[in-house]
Design a protein around this ligand. Structure first.
Ligand code: SF4
Ligand code: SF4
Length: 199
């Protein structure tokens, strides 16, 4: 269990850095999310690794909600990420119910660079493009000047913290289930070790 906690702290340190870097770029470039928008969470195809979900799984465990959440995930047949709190019928408005512990993919999506055939290109979500088309054009022109966070680089920084927990990209709900199962198993063995030491 201690190893998972240490690993989670390392992941969170990278997340803090990502939040700062991506937030600053999005603010400086004006490529910011529409207020109240949650359209990208209303999507069943977002994927993350088990490692990316480890901070959320440990937080749920510490709040005594790990087993309950595992059951909810097993029964859930909704369309999107289980943590998306919808505030409009079409699902375009809403917020993240586990924002502080959201995975890396959710921290990087919006406006950042991705790898393309001949170098980097700017990946900006449809809503932001619609809202600020001139800023999107300016961002594309400024791409060669550097200073744009690059999603694959930061995904790799997270992956390097633990390759075995980063092997597979899974839909978010499945990735969280896997992380919760790992945390609960580790907690069970830790408790058993402690009991044996007392005995
Ligand atoms: S990244 Fe785009 S779709 Fe997602 S919340 Fe921001 S504006 Fe909305
Ligand atoms: S974890 Fe939060 S930010 Fe990420 S998809 Fe789910 S609701 Fe959206």
């Amino acid at each position: 269990m201690q190893r998972l906690r240490e690993l989670s702290r390392l992941v969170e340190a990278v997340y803090n850095d990502i939040d700062h870097t991506y937030g600053k770029y999005q603010q400086d470039s004006g490529l910011q999310c529409r207020s109240g928008c949650g359209a990208c969470c209303n999507n069943p195809h977002i994927e993350a690794t088990e490692l990316e979900m480890l901070p959320m799984a440990l937080s749920l465990f510490d709040r005594g909600q790990a087993e309950v959440m595992l059951d909810k995930l097993a029964e859930y047949n909704g369309f999107s990420c289980l943590h998306f709190v919808r505030q409009s019928l079409d699902g375009n408005q809403g917020y993240c119910g586990e924002y502080a512990h959201r995975p890396g993919v959710c921290r990087m999506f919006g406006a950042a660079a991705v790898k393309a055939k001949h170098g980097l290109t700017l990946s900006v979500c449809k809503t932001i493009k619609q809202d600020v088309p001139q800023k999107y054009a300016a961002g594309l022109i400024a791409l060669g000047e550097g200073g744009v966070p690059v999603i694959p680089h930061d995904k790799e920084r997270i992956r390097q913290l633990d390759f075995s927990l980063s092997q597979q990209e899974l839909p978010l709900n499945k990735a969280l289930s896997a992380a919760l199962q790992r945390v609960l198993t580790a907690a069970w063995y830790s408790a058993e070790d402690a009991e044996n030491q007392v005995a």
